[in-house]
Design a protein around this ligand. Structure first.
Ligand code: 13P
Ligand code: SF4
Length: 305
């Protein structure tokens, strides 16, 4: 009897169970390779709507699986690892939101998609790093409370100076830790290289960057740019797509490579396991699901304009 590889087993089960695999660019290369759709948070939230398959296996962290379930209540969403969570998703609190709503009559609570459903349900609109600037600009409100990410908030505030921002103290530990000294050293070693940076990074790093954008934005920019070398300031999972897409270009990362340990929890073995057993299904209380759907839907509407 011929033994199947784990990839073959996953593909077979996927068909049998009418399942589709979605993956973020930060997961391991072998997981990206088996996925049907790979992308940044915005792309994945758009793709999740309108899939024909009944089961979605979400290779990412919990807020991503939750968002897929919120947008597709009738589907089964399976997480290969229920412990893969995003630290930043919890870095805001309901009390401050309530208090600020009493202080500012026209407050819009703008919630980065990297947040729990509990925070989303208290918000007016969701954004991702790919659409935050445009969506905030479109809002009729002048006062903005941007949660949870302070770095993305400051980046957006600079681009939309006509609005008044209240900042929150959340951050992504992976992007926050990228060392500007290491990036400068890499720049000295490769003077022709352009610095491509995710807006979850601190302001001093954004200042010395040639391009700032979401993971998809970084990938797209690297293709369009005339430069042939790049220093990439985001999680090292994007290397797989960058090198696959542009084999003629060279990509460097800061010496201490940014790694999101939660994204790396997703393995082929765990994907196979949830496909076999149906375990790790995302379950959300109906009221929470309905309430948190509104800001997500508003994001999709505003981003589609
Ligand atoms: P994007 O997918 O919007 O680039 O965000 C990166 C991220 O940190 C996802 O967890
Ligand atoms: Fe969260 Fe940062 Fe990991 Fe993205 S890279 S999932 S923002 S901890």
């Amino acid at each position: 009897m011929q033994i199947m590889t784990i990839q073959e087993e996953i593909r077979k089960l996927k068909q049998e169970k009418n399942a589709v695999i979605l993956a973020h660019y930060y997961v391991r290369p072998e997981v990206q390779e088996i996925a049907d759709y790979i992308g940044d948070s915005f792309y994945l939230s758009k793709v999740a709507v309108g899939l024909k398959e009944q089961t979605i296996v979400f290779c990412g962290v919990s807020f991503m699986g939750e968002s897929a379930k919120i947008l597709n209540p009738e589907k089964r969403v399976l997480m290969p690892d229920m412990c893969a969570d995003c630290a930043m998703a919890h870095m805001a609190d309901a009390e401050t939101i309530r208090e600020l709503r009493t202080q500012y009559e026209d407050l819009a609570v703008v919630c980065y998609i990297n947040s729990t459903a509990e925070l989303k349900q208290l918000s007016d609109v969701c954004v991702t790093s790919a659409n935050a600037v445009n969506i905030v600009r479109e809002l009729p409100n002048r006062n903005i409370f941007f949660i949870p990410d302070r770095n993305l908030a400051h980046f957006v505030a600079e681009k939309v100076p006509e609005k008044h921002f209240v900042f929150n103290e959340g951050y992504c530990p992976v992007h926050q830790e990228i060392s500007i000294e290491e990036v400068k050293r890499a720049k000295n070693a490769h003077p022709g290289a352009e610095v491509l940076t995710h807006p979850e990074c601190p302001a001093d790093l954004l200042e010395i960057s040639d391009y700032i954008g979401s993971t998809s934005g970084i990938i797209e920019y690297a293709g369009k740019s005339r430069a042939s070398e790049f220093i990439v300031c985001t999680e090292n999972g994007v290397r797989y797509e960058l090198e696959k897409k542009y084999p003629e270009k060279t990509f460097y990362f800061p010496e201490t490579e940014p790694v999101c340990q939660d994204m790396k929890r997703i393995t082929l073995e765990k994907i196979l396991h949830v496909l076999k057993t149906g375990e790790n299904e995302v379950k959300l209380d109906d009221t929470l699901r309905e309430k948190s759907k509104l800001p997500l839907q508003r994001m999709l509407e505003l981003a589609g304009k």
